[in-house]
Design a protein around this ligand. Structure first.
Ligand code: DGY
Length: 321
């Protein structure tokens, strides 16, 4: 069996595939393989494609991969880069790794909330700029999480993990909105609401859903108009859930207080992008799952999914859409 891996990845996945005598070809770079190169390289030569969220797996790629390709495993939770309509037309099974990075991403979401709330970046910049003249009673004041109301869009594994962690900060109430109510919400005392009910009451809003036709652009002017002027927004899901032009206006006009975005459209966000000019917006480069623990586990689970599919079985993270 032959598998193509589209990037340099942590070793656990490679070691497992090699142990099982899978022949590997790897795009040996930290940068993504260009789409045209991927089309060229596949050419009916591989049984499995081990890819990243930055690889667009479309009709052209699938046609080049040909009927030999049986498995597409993405080393990511998100799978919006896979053209599932085209994949489903062929006898290919696709899988993601949806279980192993949830703790890491939830932890990062809380990191961003605290960074905004306690003005960590402002404080750091002030020190670097020589503005620390003395201790001042009214300088760099932020807010505490205690007694705040938190809203979570998407109470999947990541949303659940965020709710679990925030309980330790003694928040007053956790609400969530999703396609439907979920029974395990009770474990984290989360109350189901519609987005329209949730936005006006929340001090902190976290986006932790998949990017789908129903979540794309959901955070737009109309959503920001419903939020508190003191509200902070954190996105660890996909940039496409937020309309960035509307967010810029909402932050600039102080219709909402602050935002932290780990995901943007496009990625990378150009340095000259209007959101970059704002003091009340923190942007990190899609690093919510960037820990050794999570990336090793993602590398391994993607390899396990690959072996499962190539062995003719159903993988843990089979994508069914
Ligand atoms: C994922 O796995 O989809 C994440 O966005 C990567 O950090």
């Amino acid at each position: 069996m032959r598998v193509y891996i589209t990037r340099r990845i942590p070793t656990p996945g490679i070691e497992l595939l090699k142990q099982k005598e899978i022949e590997l070809e790897i795009w040996d770079s930290d940068e993504p393989i260009p789409h045209s190169e991927l089309v060229k390289v596949l050419h009916n030569k591989f049984d499995g494609l081990y890819c990243m969220l930055t690889d667009t797996i479309d009709k052209e790629v699938l046609e080049s991969a040909g009927s030999r390709l049986k498995a597409i495993c993405t080393m990511s939770v998100g799978y919006e880069h896979l053209d599932m309509v085209e994949i489903n037309k062929r006898s290919i099974v696709a899988a993601n790794c949806s279980t192993v990075s949830s703790d890491c991403v939830s932890e990062f979401c809380v990191t961003l909330i605290l960074t905004l709330a306690r003005r960590v970046i402002d404080a750091y910049n002030a020190v670097k700029a020589g503005e620390w003249t003395t201790w001042k009673p009214m300088w760099l004041l932020g807010f505490e999480l205690i007694d705040k109301t938190v809203g979570i869009l998407g109470l999947g594994r990541i949303g659940f993990g965020i709710a679990q962690r925030l309980q330790a900060f003694k928040v007053k109430k956790i609400c969530y909105t999703d396609m439907k109510e979920v029974p395990y919400a009770a474990e984290v005392n989360a109350t189901f609401m519609t987005l329209d009910q949730m936005l006006p009451v929340c001090d902190i809003v976290c986006i932790a859903c998949n990017l789908t036709d129903s979540t794309r652009g959901l955070f737009n002017k109309s959503a920001f108009d419903k939020m508190k002027k003191t509200a902070v927004l954190v996105n660890v899901s996909r940039g496409g859930v937020i309309n960035h032009d509307d967010l810029y206006i909402a932050l600039k006009n102080k219709n909402i207080a602050m935002a932290a975005l780990d995901v943007t459209v496009p990625e990378p966000l150009p340095v000259k992008h209007q959101l970059m000019s704002l003091d009340n917006c923190i942007i990190t480069p899609h690093v919510a799952s960037s820990t050794w623990e999570a990336r090793n586990a993602m590398s391994l689970l993607t390899a396990e999914n690959m072996l499962t599919i190539l062995g003719g079985n159903d993988p843990l993270g089979r994508i069914r859409v």
